[in-house]
Each structure stands twice: as C-alpha cells, then as structure tokens.
Design a protein around this ligand. Sequence first.
Ligand SMILES: NC(=O)c1ccc[n+]([C@@H]2O[C@H](COP(=O)([O-])OP(=O)(O)OC[C@H]3O[C@@H](n4cnc5c(N)ncnc54)[C@H](O)[C@@H]3O)[C@@H](O)[C@H]2O)c1
Ligand SMILES: N[C@H](CO)Cc1c[nH]c[nH+]1
Ligand SMILES: [Zn+2]
Length: 442
Amino acid sequence: MDVSTARRTILRRPAWDEIQVPDQVLDRNQALFGERLTPDEAVRRILADVRTRGDEALRAWTARLDGVEVPNPVVDGAAIQAAYDQVEPSVVDALRVAARRIEAFHRRQPALSWIHNDHEGTVGQLVRPIERVGVYIPGGTAPLPSSLLMTAIPARVAGVPHVAVITPPQRESGLPHPATLVAADIAGVDVVYAAGGAQAIGALAFGTESVRRVDKICGPGNLYVTLAKRQVFGLVGIDGLPGPTETVVIADEHANPELAAADLLAQAEHDILACAILLTPSRPLAEAVQAAVLHQMEELERSETIQGSLARGSGIVVTENLDQAFELANEYAPEHLCLLVADPWRHLEQVRHAGGVFLGEGSFEVLGDYVAGPSHVMPTGGTARFASPINVNDFVKIVSIVGLNAQALAAIGPAAATLAHAEGLTGHAAAVRRRLQDESPK
Ligand SMILES: NC(=O)c1ccc[n+]([C@@H]2O[C@H](COP(=O)([O-])OP(=O)(O)OC[C@H]3O[C@@H](n4cnc5c(N)ncnc54)[C@H](O)[C@@H]3O)[C@@H](O)[C@H]2O)c1
Ligand SMILES: N[C@H](CO)Cc1c[nH]c[nH+]1
Ligand SMILES: [Zn+2]
C-alpha cells in the first residue's frame, strides 16, 4: 500500500476506548456476557465482580473464560517440582541459558542511591525495591515461559522481596503450563497463582482470600489484561501497557525477502491483534516479501491467528525513500523496530521511538524474544513514545533524602518563606519564620 493509505489505516493509533475489535471478539462477548460488550466494558464488569466477591468471582470467571474449575488458585510447590518431569530437558536447559543472559543484562542496569554533602548538609536519593510485585504471564493462546523470565528476573535483580506470578490455568490440568512452572522455579519467584485475564489482574490489585494484594503489576498480556491493568492503575502501580505485539521492519533493496517475511510472520502468530508492518522504498522487495509471506504461511501452524493479524493491523508499505520509512516508524513508535538495511548502525541515530531496535539480519527479533538479554516485554500501542521495556527501574522507587543544617536554613529559608507567601500559604511561611527567629542572635 502507499504511505497515505497506510497513515489512514495500519499506522493510525486509535485511542484505547476506540479500538476496533474484530466482529469475532464481539460475537464471543455476546456468548459470554449476553451482550456485545466492548473489551473495555467486559473488563470493567469482571474487575467489579472480583473486587466484591473475591475468590468466588475469580473461580467463576476462570470457569467461564478459561473453561476450567480451579478450586484454589495457589499452585503448590510439589506441582512446580513435578512440572520438571513434563518438560523436555533441552527446554529446561534453554530456559536456564535465557535466565543467565537476562540476569547478566539486568545486573548492568544502574539503579543507584546517591548522596551529596556540602556545607548546607545533605541531599540525595535512596533506591528501595518495591515490596510486592505481581507478574502477569500470558497463557491464553500459547504458554510464554520466556515472558516469565523476562519480567520476574529483572524484579529479582532489583531486590523485590516478594514476586508473585499469575498465569492462566490449562483446561486439562487446571494448572499453568509445566514450562511456565519450571520458568517460575528457575526465576525463583515466591508464589504462583493459576488465573488469567482481567480476573487475575483484579485479584492482584484488590487481593482475594487466597491471592495477596500487590503494590505493582507488571508483565504483558492480551487486550483484556492490558485494559484491566489500565483500569486498576492508581490503586496499584503498573509497568506500562505491553499489549498485543507489533513489529516494524525497515528493509532496503538489499534485504533478503525470505528473512523479512519470516520476521513479520513470527510476530503475526502471537495474536489476531498483533501487527507486522514492512516499510521499504523498494517496490521489487515489497513484492518479493509479499510472495514469501504467502508461501511461508502455509508451512506454519497458527494460520488462523496469522491470517487475522495480517488482515487487520499489518501490511507492506512502499515509501519514497529510507528517510521516510524512519519518519513513519517514529510516528508509529513500534514495540520492535528491525533494520534489514545495509549498514544498520548508520541509521541508529534516526531512531527516536521504539521499544527495541534490532540491527541487521543477524540480530533478528526472535533472538530478542528469548536469549539476547534485554527484556522482551516492551511498550506497545504507541507507548514507546514515553515508555521503556521492562527493566530494573520498574521494580524500584526513589526516596528523596533531605538532611539540611542551620546554614541551609539561613541561606535558603527566606526564599521558601517568600514562595509560601506568594502561594498564599501562611502556615508554610510561619514554619520557616519560627525557625529563622530561633536561629537569630539573641
Ligand atoms: N508486549 C510484549 O512485550 C508482549 C510479550 C509477550 C506477549 N505479548 C502479548 O501477550 C498476548 C498474550 O495473549 P493470550 O491471549 O495468549 O494470553 P493472556 O494470558 O494474555 O490472555 C488470556 C486470558 O484472556 C481472557 N479472555 C479471553 N477472551 C476473553 C473475553 N472475550 N472476555 C474477557 N476475557 C477474555 C481469559 O481470561 C484468558 O485467561 C499476545 O497479545 C502477545 O502479543 C506481549
Ligand atoms: N514477541 C513477544 C513480544 O515481545 C514476546 C515473545 C514471547 N515468546 C515469543 N515471543
Ligand atoms: Zn515473539
């Protein structure tokens, strides 16, 4: 498609409450709720119910939405250990490789306390971990043990004393997927709960008889999870709104069309709401990628999800030149920006908004999804304009330190009193004046 069509369609970011959900979602909501509720309305209903009825509501929504009875959402330690027997040893090893790389990357991230002393005393900051963090891990369409490592390990590195994981139960066992349980053990989390969707977010935010309330909820999820996090924000902190995944590939005429197509399809398979967009100034490349997408799709398993995603927010856009491709990418602010261009490092300076940038054919996004080191939980929906991937700073807060002495009072107290008067706050001014009087020579 051309640039102006793309700007009107796939590159346009609707506000959260005007997201056009496919008819199939509304049809499903008609069946579930007896009304064609928008996802935002459905989430409001679920959260209100969990807030008032606690575990009872959690059980009821789990039964209705996930199709499984879970009498107690707390997954016991024996079930976590038993999960090792159900996971291929090579998968356990790969999870350990990923965990090591993620930990090493996050140990390099500074979140530092500092103190400045001078003749007026001390100012500075204390960095303190958040005490109780709830990590949401998706599990509706596919288990995502990698997302658990990508969220819980930065929390651990930050020193969070209590990390709870909540993730949907599987229909057959009533437990989360075994690989997710193994990942929870490798990451060293404190408790795992089996619940998904908005009801899980409600349980973490409000607390129930069996789920302890947390201070902050982090981690990715589908539209329902993301809308629920948005609705409980304020009562608890949230990391951001990492929702359905999105990838923009910028490619020039030298790019390998088969690899560009593979990278687009890899993200399209996550969700019918996932977006995979190619921006290229080369029409022959655009045509070759389109052909490659069509034939590669046939080899993949999740064709229904991929088709849904390709029909909606995805597409191939022919730009006037590479500069225009970067301009459009910055406007869109994608979660992932993949540069399949000659000398990608030369273009890094043009990147202003993206959750992560992947430079060249060898550093493709799927490596970032699993083992590169940075968290793959990145801002979506255009929030990369102001938000960052999950990182250690998401799990700490700063306490400012003010330890001033009498010299400071004499030097800066009068300015404080003047500003207090200017704001009409005579009580504030009096608190300064009393001290200045106490300090004045008798
Ligand atoms: N941005 C990131 O960093 C990142 C990372 C990993 C995954 N993701 C995204 O996470 C998402 C995973 O989605 P998922 O669906 O597989 O798992 P999920 O766990 O996020 O959602 C499953 C839950 O959704 C709820 N649900 C489903 N249909 C509903 C309805 N009609 N009404 C109310 N609730 C409903 C159910 O309770 C279910 O437990 C994908 O969109 C993927 O792109 C994003
Ligand atoms: N690409 C997804 C969003 O960044 C993360 C993921 C998990 N597993 C595979 N991929
Ligand atoms: Zn992925």
